[in-house]
Design a protein around this ligand. Sequence first.
Ligand SMILES: Nc1nc2c(ncn2[C@@H]2O[C@H](COP(=O)(O)OP(=O)(O)OP(=O)(O)O)[C@@H](O)[C@H]2O)c(=O)[nH]1
Ligand SMILES: [Mg+2]
Length: 244
Amino acid sequence: MSEASHKKVIVIGDGHVGKTCFVAKVTENKFIPNYLPTMGVEFGVKSIRRGNHDVKLKVQTKCFLRAPDTVTITSRPSPHRQCGDIGRALEKYILRQERFNSLMPQFCRGAAVAIVMCDVTQPATLQSTKMWKQLVDKNVLQPNGQSIPAVLLINKFDLPKQRQLISVEAIQEVARECSFVRQYQISVKDSTNILEALEFVAELAERYEDEERTYLDTAALSLPTMYSEHRKRQMNCCTGGGNT
Ligand SMILES: Nc1nc2c(ncn2[C@@H]2O[C@H](COP(=O)(O)OP(=O)(O)OP(=O)(O)O)[C@@H](O)[C@H]2O)c(=O)[nH]1
Ligand SMILES: [Mg+2]
């Protein structure tokens, strides 16, 4: 099967929520305990058996800037910093943000499904998922003009209850507000709900393929009609159908 036949799945969300670990877990079945911020794009390929056939997924993530308020924190003056440092930090941030925005369309292009991820120990990362979902919708649409399906993953549920700071109600509210198709409480570390989420993603990716095909078929059928309508209008115009 050629790479073109892989369904592209993009994994997006704030820094440190576990996107790289998720890609490594689903494609290489390994957990990375150490944090190394992603530079550039990371991806892996995974086949999911559905009925009597395989759905091939190309799961990819990239480096994302953290939420803007984190930048304010990193650019807060320390006793050793001068005001100029803040200006420079912000300038650097704006430049990186511009570069990031210009890379987003390329990252999202052709995606069949989006996975938006957050961290149960960091409530702000759940709020950020709204922004990430909007960004996906701004950068990629299905051929029929609708948003691509998006699944919300809340990661790190292996951590003790007292560190789980996001309520089920909060998850449901965000899921409703952003039209996430489904949400899963997962742990990449101990593999909780990883396969379940991925199987659902494969189902969505396959549905997308069907819809894409239907859309292309419909478009192909209607093309001659559109063309003959256009020709008719042209003929009317050239044969003096007007009032001159
Ligand atoms: N306890 C726990 N830790 C996790 C889990 N998933 C990821 N981590 C840890 O969280 C940290 C960040 O994980 P990454 O996958 O590198 O995060 P990321 O979202 O790719 O971060 P950026 O590349 O900066 O965007 C790492 O130290 C991981 O080991 C999980 O399910 N449980
Ligand atoms: Mg990463």
